[in-house]
Design a protein around this ligand. Structure first.
Ligand SMILES: [Zn+2]
Length: 364
């Protein structure tokens, strides 16, 4: 997808044409259908690249360099919960699900060993320590040798449409970051579904899985126990009030401000408290600008406290990242002509939402 090179030379970076975007999707589809998946690493890499394109990419055709270390940190986050026991059984005492055909995946083993040998209860709380640096380096080496090396092998041939490899990083090709940003929800959903299927089909996992049917939530969602702790922590900051309607409630629930269906990764700053009525009514829609303004102000003001809760319960907390995601979500909704939720039964035209509002925080 290097068509934009000419305009790049001229100093203008265009966006991929509709045809280029279709071409990208066709190749993604081929990758899912024709690649050899002997572990879950390739799914993790696709999810990581889509996430990182949202956080660091731009809405134009420009290339984007991402270090192997940055990808490794995203892998650690993705596999952290998955490296804990799903269910203990006689057949497998550890109860950790197999992410590889044959022996356990090296990254899962490294994270498992790290968790057992250290006091850290989340990747965010381990950041900055020497042990964590070592873990990141080990995971980065595996990521470079395996999924980065093999992801673009499709149907017995090489289809190098996503990135070029450098010694300790990759560079997303022209237009790729744009397409990953645009199709992130689709790619996420596909990768997660295939990942869940892979775990289910792996016969090593049969004795661990048993008849429980919460595999998808275990693999990709925050546990109820953790959410209860988040709820308790947020109440200490905000009191027993619904973020949206301001009413006091004894049944407050944790709500994703930017809906989980749009961005299926838990970030501490994205959580607010909502009463059951508001929570159900808002559901998968983005909140209107009146709520957005309030949210941007609140999370900037209380960021230190929010980070503290995140470190205690083991959920990533980063204000800047959360703002980048909100900006991406609102900009996409703007383009798509979506509507913003105000209160039960009331919506505003999303066109009234200026994505610039999300940037308020940058001057705080
Ligand atoms: Zn409410």
């Amino acid at each position: 997808m290097d068509y934009s090179r000419e305009s790049e030379v001229l100093g203008m970076i265009a966006t991929p044409s509709a045809e280029d975007q279709l071409d990208f999707l066709t190749k993604i589809q081929r990758l899912f259908n024709e690649s050899d998946f002997s572990s879950t690493y390739k799914y993790a890499l696709l999810i990581s690249l889509a996430d990182l394109a949202i956080e660091h990419g731009k809405d134009d055709s420009s290339r984007l360099e991402i270090s192997n270390k940055t990808i490794a940190e995203r892998f650690i986050e993705l596999y952290w919960q998955q490296s804990s026991p799903y269910k203990t059984s006689k057949a497998n005492e550890s109860g950790v699900l197999f992410q590889n055909n044959g022996v356990q995946a090296a990254i899962v083993k490294s994270i498992d060993a790290f968790r057992q040998g250290n006091r850290f209860n989340s990747p965010s709380s381990a950041k900055g320590s020497k042990e964590y640096e070592r873990l990141v380096a080990a995971v980065a080496a595996t990521v470079a040798k395996q999924p980065i090396n093999y992801l673009q092998n499709v149907g017995g041939a090489t289809l190098p449409f996503l990135y070029e490899r450098n010694s300790s990083s990759i560079t997303l090709k022209n237009g790729v970051a744009y397409c990953l940003r645009r199709f992130q929800p689709l790619i996420q959903q596909l990768a997660r579904n295939r990942w869940t299927d892979f775990i289910k089909r792996n016969t090593n996992n049969a004795p661990i899985l048993g008849k429980k049917d919460d595999l998808n939530s275990f693999l990709f969602e925050t546990s109820r126990k953790t959410l209860a702790l988040v709820c308790k922590g947020l109440k200490e900051i905000y009191g027993n009030k619904c973020f949206y309607c301001n009413k006091t409630s004894s049944k407050l629930e944790v709500d994703h401000f930017v809906p989980f269906s749009l961005y299926p990764r838990d970030l501490m700053h994205n959580f607010v408290l909502a009463c059951p009525t508001c929570n159900r009514s808002k559901s998968d829609t983005l909140a209107a600008n009146i709520h957005l303004n309030k949210w941007v102000e609140l999370i900037a003001k209380n960021s230190d406290e929010i980070v503290k809760i995140g470190n205690e319960v083991g959920i990533s907390a980063n204000l800047e990242t959360t703002m980048a995601i909100a900006k991406w979500g609102y900009e996409a909704a703007n383009k798509g002509g979506g509507s913003g939720w105000i209160k039960p039964g009331e919506y505003s035209n999303m066109a009234q939402l200026r994505s610039g509002q999300v940037e308020i925080v940058e001057s705080v």
